[in-house]
Design a protein around this ligand. Structure first.
Ligand SMILES: *Cc1c(COP(=O)(O)O)cnc(C)c1O
Length: 406
């Protein structure tokens, strides 16, 4: 398509940044398995392509497509979501400060504290669903980034992006939003004042559990230059085949997200109706404490549901062991349904005391609701509930299991 710029997001998901090949008409973007490029004269590469760590044509197409979806001026792709998030911190200096949600993706928490903490970057973690906590932390000391996830993982708390971005700017900080859970189809943080958006492409954007990747999007050309410098200098770049897979995944983003959300709402309501379930957390449920904000900020509740069983840890483990459609696996955002116990799996890297202080109960169960037929999903939930009913409540088995994980 010649100019997808003024089309709706559903059209841009398929066409943005992509043109048929002018020589042969091929509709799909070729995979440029290519490390180096012939120059027309010494130091004069064609179209700027010199070496594929720096830039690769397949990756460029994906970067432009992602920028279009997020209403951004530019996008940069990385070997993983964490490599993208890391690139933002790499442009800071020792003594810089980041205020972040305390309910972060476990790997981001580990990257911040254990890796960048060693280089003297300071971190403060707050409950970012509470704007007064963000403000207090920003006022305490000069801050470089306010790093947010909304909805958070796995407690699905929301942050009011407009208000949080304003607080960041009033205090001289940039606002970064990890938009992995919502995707640009449901929420576009840059339109609400955020400065940078980060993604794990591994999740909904790739959408088929077959690729690991990350992206950073923004508007400021100076930030682009600095982040692209670190992308090239550190070399955690994204391969062309992986870029092709994400480009293909993007084409069905809107169709998949609608079905993810429809199924997730049905599953959340089904769980909420069971006496074996203590609480269900889903931004599309009226019982969600920030339901109004979800309605304003997101096009739907998305595909993630978390819940706590009355029977605690052991009931949660029994539930997970019993499901057949929901596969017991980390990660999320693929077409297939997944189930996990965050304290033992995705969030095991966060110390138990810190995890509990952030409200993450040992028995929390997280679902990534896929796009299978809803009746099969509900039958599977019933299988899990039946198993949970038989499980006994005792002790701190989750803590012991988590402590032997790397
Ligand atoms: C998975 C995830 C990441 C990390 O992405 P990788 O591609 O696994 O490196 C970051 N943020 C969120 C919210 C995630 O779910």
């Amino acid at each position: 398509m010649k100019n997808a710029k003024n089309t709706r997001i559903e059209t841009r998901a398929i066409h943005a940044g992509q043109q048929p090949n002018p020589e042969n008409g091929a509709l799909m973007t070729p995979v440029y398995f290519n490390s180096t490029y012939e120059q027309t004269a010494p130091g004069e590469p064609r179209l700027g392509y010199e070496y594929s760590r720096t830039t690769n044509p397949t990756r460029t197409v994906l970067e432009n497509a992602l920028a279009s979806l997020e209403s951004a001026e530019w996008g940069l792709c990385f070997a993983s979501g964490l490599a993208g998030i890391g690139s933002l911190v790499q442009r800071l200096k020792s003594g810089s400060r980041i205020v972040a949600s305390n309910d972060l993706y476990g790997g981001t928490h580990r990257l911040f504290n254990k890796c960048f903490g060693q280089f003297g970057v300071q971190f403060e973690f707050v409950d970012a669903s509470d704007l007064s906590q963000i403000e207090a932390a920003l006022k305490k000391a000069p801050t470089d980034y306010l790093h947010l996830e909304t909805p958070t993982n796995p407690l699905l708390k929301l942050v009011d992006i407009e208000k949080a971005a304003k607080l960041a700017h009033d205090n001289g900080a940039l606002c970064v939003v990890d938009n992995t859970f919502a995707t640009p189809y449901l929420q576009r943080p840059l339109e609400r004042g955020a400065d940078l958006v980060v993604h794990s492409l591994t999740k909904y954007l790739g959408g088929h559990s077959d690729v690991v990747g990350g992206a950073v999007m923004g508007n400021d050309p100076v930030l682009r230059e600095e982040i692209a410098f670190h992308q090239n200098a550190y070399g955690a770049q994204f391969g062309p085949m992986d870029a092709f897979l994400v480009l293909r995944g993007l084409k069905t983003l809107h169709v998949r997200m609608d079905r993810h959300a429809e199924n997730a709402l049905a599953v959340a309501k089904h769980l909420e109706a069971s006496p074996l379930v203590d609480r269900v957390i889903y931004p599309g449920l009226e019982s969600h404490p920030q339901f109004d904000l979800a309605q304003r900020q997101m096009a739907s509740g998305g595909g993630m549901v978390s819940f706590e069983l009355v029977g605690g840890v052991d009931a949660g483990v029994a539930f997970c062991n019993a499901t057949e459609v929901f596969a017991l696996a980390e990660s999320l955002g693929g077409v297939e349904s997944l189930i996990e116990v965050p304290p033992i799996m995705t969030h095991a890297a966060i110390p138990a005391e810190e995890r509990r202080a952030a409200g993450l109960a040992d028995g929390l169960v997280r679902l990534s609701v896929g796009i299978e037929h809803v009746d099969d999903l509900l039958a599977d939930i019933d299988r899990g509930l039946a198993a949970a009913k038989g499980a006994t409540v005792h002790g701190d088995s989750v803590v012991e299991r988590a402590s032997v994980r790397p």
